[in-house]
Design a binder for this molecule. Structure first.
Ligand code: NAP
Length: 251
């Protein structure tokens, strides 16, 4: 039996855990690791471990103590710190590692994108383009960058209910977890008369509906570029991860 540690927090990580459980349970024991930031994480088949490991040292110790044979880094494209730590711990312990890298959305000539390097640049764009009603899809923990913007109203979507007091005073909050449908995204943006969408360049089909909706409505979209991923083996999705793992175990 090989022990596979899936670093999770994404739909792909859940899909991989499910596939390993359904299709490879005779050869593979999967452990899914979550940072513990979501109050009510979606159910995941197999063993689930919640909480950080304590940097590269802690993760390397865990890999050795738990006799982990394979690492699958299915963290979110913006979880750059963890991606670097998984890479470093894999090198230190000589453990094979795979990174899931979602394909970036393909830009369409009708898209009105402004690409920026980070959250601060995204916030600075709002007064520059004179946006008044802004849909924030950057996640609940990235909202501080949008504080202190008089005259701007926000619709902020997050996985967990906002704390009290909420991070932004001049905002309404939608608590919802994707994937979302394009028609519903169009309706949401229309209902709230959104004139600017702010999105992280997460890529992948599951998060694309908002981009397609903004395209359909001609809404200006601020795209925050992805941080670079560490080098090494990478695939686009859960199916690719399963094929990689099968090759590794057969080799
Ligand atoms: P991060 O900045 O890269 O990592 C911060 C710390 O969180 C890491 O040093 C690690 O703590 C811990 N951590 C991160 N992912 C973990 C995992 N899968 N299992 C155990 N510990 C983990 O990460 P983040 O951006 O805060 O993201 C946290 C989680 O939310 C990740 O699982 C990610 O997949 C998910 N997520 C992030 C975003 C986003 O926009 N950043 C969006 C959707 C989902 P130690 O050093 O103590 O090990």
């Amino acid at each position: 039996m090989r022990r596979v540690l899936i670093l999770g927090g994404t739909g792909e990580a859940i899909a991989i855990a499910r596939m390993l459980h359904d299709e490879m349970a005779d050869r593979v024991e999967a452990i899914s690791a979550l940072a513990g930031v979501t109050q009510s994480p979606a159910p995941i088949p197999g063993t689930v471990r919640i909480g950080g490991f304590g940097g590269v040292d802690g993760l390397a110790e865990y890999i050795q103590a738990e006799r982990i044979d394979v690492l699958i880094d299915a963290t979110h494209p913006f979880a750059a710190q963890m991606a670097g730590q998984v890479h470093a711990a894999a090198e230190r312990t000589s453990t094979p590692r795979l990174k899931i890298i979602r394909p970036m959305w393909r830009r369409n000539p009708r898209d009105r994108w402004i690409e920026v390097p980070d959250l601060a640049a995204a916030a600075a764009t709002i007064p520059r383009v004179e946006a008044r009603r802004v849909f924030l899809t950057v996640g609940g923990r990235s909202l501080q960058a949008f504080e202190d913007m008089p005259g701007v109203w926000f619709l902020a979507r997050m996985t967990d209910a906002p704390p009290s007091p909420p991070p932004l005073a001049n905002a309404d909050y939608v608590v919802a977890r994707g994937p979302f449908q394009t028609d519903a995204e169009i309706a949401l943006m229309r209902t709230h008369a959104i004139d600017l969408l702010v999105a992280k360049a997460s890529g992948g089909a599951a998060t694309e509906a908002k981009i397609l909706a903004a395209r359909a409505l001609g809404i200006l979209t601020v795209i925050i570029r992805r941080p670079p991923s560490p080098r090494g083996d990478a695939v686009a999705d859960a199916e690719g991860a399963l094929a990689w793992l099968n090759r590794l175990l057969e080799g």
